[in-house]
Write a protein that binds this ligand. Structure first.
Ligand SMILES: *[C@@H]1O[C@H](CO)[C@@H](O)[C@H](O)[C@H]1NC(C)=O
Ligand SMILES: *[C@@H]1O[C@H](CO)[C@@H](O)[C@H](O)[C@H]1NC(C)=O
Ligand SMILES: *[C@@H]1O[C@H](CO)[C@@H](O)[C@H](O)[C@H]1NC(C)=O
Length: 304
């Protein structure tokens, strides 16, 4: 618990900050993803960065307004990047192109990583504490960023997404009916090979993951939840059998399973549709974003 004084202090200082649009070039951004950022008035020393991704038909502004993250950022001193999809048709993210699915290959993923690099430099942020989360198309892109840029992120949290590579196609922001309806399934070994192909020379730390999915998801079938678990446990080289199972966590009817040494946490939300409620507090805890000084969770061996 923080003291009441600290709470009042941070809230009053933070009220001056707002969502900023960064229009100047920030490094490779071949798809011209729009860059919005929230920098609270009071930053933690070497602040962590959270990338928070909207879903289809969403926007950076919606993502900013409809989540608790900006007030949490004000309280705990972290920076939030809110990318905005350049796809005018439906504002879905590019999770299909060979570019986005390849390390430094282009696509929406590379533009977002350029935003991260820019923010690290400008604010002296902590390169070992960069996180990404999103819902729906934003959850798919979370899986993509974790697979294509395992060197950049410390962890990801995906709400109602699909595995890395499940939407793979030939063009930008293509819809994959086969993946959405749960007809794309692979062995763990196959999924791990798909992830490995994004960045074949990489053999270091793999960002830890949380995946969340409603059993009654009518847009991205629940099959994708099991495929995400199979994919990431195989990438980490850990057992698909959970080490713990907790019922009614964090909500009545949701079941949490944990794998390995906590590399993966999966939340199965009984009877929940695609409209799954964000769990900012659970994600904050997994990312350790409430930590402001010393001993915080960070990716190991990161030099930036
Ligand atoms: C990139 O997007 C911005 C708005 O976000 C727009 O003003 C600009 O014209 C776009 N540039 C290109 C090359 O599409
Ligand atoms: C998901 O796919 C399975 C298998 O095709 C199907 O039985 C189930 O009804 C689908 N779920 C939803 C919510 O549509
Ligand atoms: C989910 O729905 C089924 C069938 O309608 C019902 O039996 C079950 O109790 C529900 N579970 C929860 C946690 O709401």
């Amino acid at each position: 618990m923080f003291s009441l004084t600290a709470l009042l202090c941070f809230i009053s200082l933070a009220s001056a900050a707002s969502l900023q649009f960064i229009s100047h070039p920030i490094g490779p951004n071949p798809r011209n993803v729009s860059f919005y950022i929230y920098v609270p008035e009071t930053l933690a020393l070497q602040p962590p960065i959270l990338v928070f991704l909207h879903g289809c038909h969403g926007s950076a502004q919606d993502a900013f307004a409809n989540s608790k993250y900006s007030s949490l950022a004000s309280r705990y001193g972290f920076i939030i990047i809110y990318p905005d999809s350049p796809n005018p048709a439906d504002k879905c993210w590019d999770v299909s192109s060979p570019e986005t699915l390849t390390h430094n290959g282009g696509g929406d993923s590379q533009g977002i990583v350029s935003m991260v690099q820019h923010t690290l430099g400008k604010y002296g942020a902590d390169p070992s504490r960069v996180f990404v989360s999103g819902i729906s198309s934003g959850a798919m892109l979370t899986n993509v960023l974790i697979g294509s840029y395992p060197d950049v992120f410390a962890a990801g949290a995906a709400f109602a997404g699909v595995p890395f590579g499940c939407f793979a196609g030939t063009g930008y922001a293509e819809w994959s009916d086969a993946c959405a309806t749960g007809r794309i399934t692979h062995s763990g070994q196959e999924w791990a090979a798909i992830v490995k192909r994004a960045y074949p020379s990489y053999s270091s730390y793999r960002p830890k993951m949380q995946v969340y999915h409603g059993t009654a998801d009518e847009v991205l079938n629940y099959t994708n939840f099991g495929e995400e678990i199979r994919e990431w446990t195989s990438v980490y080289g850990i057992s698909k059998t959970p080490v713990s199972t907790c019922l009614d966590t964090p909500i009545m009817g949701w079941t949490r399973t944990v794998y390995g040494k906590g590399e993966l946490e999966a939340y199965s939300a009984a009877n929940v549709t695609h409209d799954i409620p964000n769990q900012e507090d659970v994600v904050m805890k997994f990312f350790d974003l409430t930590c402001m000084i010393g001993g915080c969770f960070r990716r190991p061996g990161s030099t930036g």
